[in-house]
Design a protein around this ligand. Structure first.
Ligand SMILES: *Cc1c(COP(=O)(O)O)cnc(C)c1O
Length: 454
């Protein structure tokens, strides 16, 4: 297909997500046509090192033969059958695999063995919110109508997910449409609202959370968080102990804890799930992005038997969970996910991470010294670099200067593909990335920060 024609049609017919289309129309878009391992090729034949895992979904590299084969095999059988009133083999096998994985990795409470399928992170969150609400209703408790979420939190773009979102730029405009929720302060140490340092700040943040819960106890359905790293809010890495403390507060007040591990799940933080780092079992977990290595849209919401059992009853008790999607448990997506999980075992993906995590840490330490780098943050294979105008006062660059974008565009010239969050440079490479390529990725970022900010 002719490149000029594709660009013309793109501009004419596609409304791009999270994109000011007025700017888009004046730019030359990158059109990707191929991928291999950690690289993506554009229509001009130029290869880029993929520093953001194709928007945080890719784990084992692009074009993995094991997943290609699993999909082809499933296509030869059937592409779609429904889970509404029927079942299919890939969704059954995947549910068993996920339940086993979750029980093994998260043994510090009720095991998460009940798997509800949907097809993206936002719907996984909607399902979690609805299950949590109805869990109380099923027990005859009708006073609960409010969620607690964190400032700078991000749980997706559907209205329920936006209701528990805390990124002002994305969420402010929809406020009149939203459900009830209360925002607690984020444990964002670099920009601590209370101007405290660790470990006092951690306790202060938890204290604020506890106060909100204590003051609203009979209304609160659940607390929903992105455990350990609030990714879309700016790679905000929590201080040690916050998640554990939050679990204890939820226990104390008998409130559900929902862990949105859509971004952090499947090895990104160095362990299979972020909750493992603090030995915490959530009551409900949401998983998506890495679940199929980016091959097919798929998400799951998993919960424990205690919650599941409250939905059991005679039909006229109205305890059924009336929720489902056309593509729920799609066999192709499930087949891709099964193959994806098997690669974790075959490649020993997690065991190969420690030296890579160390390498990121070392180069980030160098980057932290740069004049316009305010903060560097890392948890496992997720990292963020916060660019500021003034290192001492932490004053950001003016929004219109688009500093993050300028750095990212410079990196593209050097064959590195990134997408920033405002003035935070995001580094979320496929877990399979070699140390050599990881080093190159970080050095290009370092050079581009220097080049653009000086
Ligand atoms: C990306 C993301 C979502 C939304 O997932 P989509 O598939 O884009 O709808 C939800 N929660 C978190 C933590 C995410 O990073």
């Amino acid at each position: 297909m002719d490149k000029r024609q594709l660009i013309e049609w793109d501009k004419k017919f596609i409304w791009h997500p999270f994109t000011q289309m007025k700017l888009w129309l004046n730019e030359e878009p990158t059109i990707f046509i191929e991928g291999k391992d950690c690289f993506l090729k554009d229509i001009d034949g130029k290869w880029y090192l993929d520093g953001v895992s194709s928007l945080w979904v890719n784990i084992h590299g692009h074009k993995r033969s094991e997943i290609d084969e699993a999909l082809k095999e499933q296509i030869d059988k059937v592409a779609h059958t429904t889970l509404l009133g029927a079942s299919n083999a890939p969704s059954i096998i995947l549910a068993k695999k996920l339940a086993d994985l979750l029980s093994k990795r998260l043994p510090w409470g009720e095991p998460l063995t009940k798997i509800f399928y949907s097809d993206n992170g936002s719907t996984a969150v909607e399902i979690a919110l609805k299950i949590a609400y109805q869990y109380w209703i099923n027990q005859g408790i009708k006073s609960k109508d409010t969620f607690i979420s964190l400032k700078e939190g991000y749980h997706g773009d559907t209205i329920g997910a936006v209701s528990v979102g805390g990124v002002e730029l994305f969420h402010e405009v929809y406020k009149p449409l939203l459900n009830k929720s209360i925002q607690a302060p984020a444990p964002y140490c670099y920009r601590c609202e209370l101007n405290l340092t660790y470990p006092i700040c951690n306790l202060a943040c938890l204290n604020e959370m506890e106060k909100i819960i204590a003051n609203n106890n009979e209304k609160i359905i659940a607390v929903i968080v992105e455990p350990l790293v609030q990714c879309a809010g700016g790679i905000i890495v929590w201080p040690q102990g916050y998640l554990k403390g939050l679990r204890q507060i939820c226990n104390r007040y008998n409130i559900l804890l929902i862990a949105d591990e859509v971004a952090t799940g499947f090895g990104r933080t160095g362990k299979m799930f972020a909750c493992e780092h603090e030995e915490v079992n959530p009551d409900i977990i949401c998983l998506s992005k890495g679940i199929t290595n980016g091959y097919m849209p798929l998400a799951i919401t998993a919960t424990n038997e205690k919650i599941f059992n409250t939905f059991l009853g005679d039909v006229d008790e109205r305890k059924t969970f009336y929720h489902g999607h056309s593509y729920t448990g799609n066999p192709l997506a499930c087949a891709a996910a099964i193959a994806n999980l098997e690669i974790f075992e075959k490649d020993r993906t997690l065991e190969h991470l420690p030296p890579k995590i160390e390498l990121i840490k070392n180069i980030l330490n160098e980057i932290a010294q740069l004049k316009h780098v305010g903060d560097v943050r890392q948890k496992g294979m997720i990292a963020g670099i916060e660019i500021v105008k003034d290192k001492i006062t932490k004053e950001p660059f003016p929004y219109r200067e688009q500093m993050g974008w300028r750095i990212v565009k410079a990196a593209r010239k050097h064959g590195v593909w990134l997408r920033p969050l405002g003035d935070i440079i995001v580094i979320i490479p496929p877990l399979i990335i070699s140390q050599e390529h990881l080093k190159r990725l970080l050095e290009v970022i370092k050079d581009c920060i220097i080049e653009v900010t000086s």
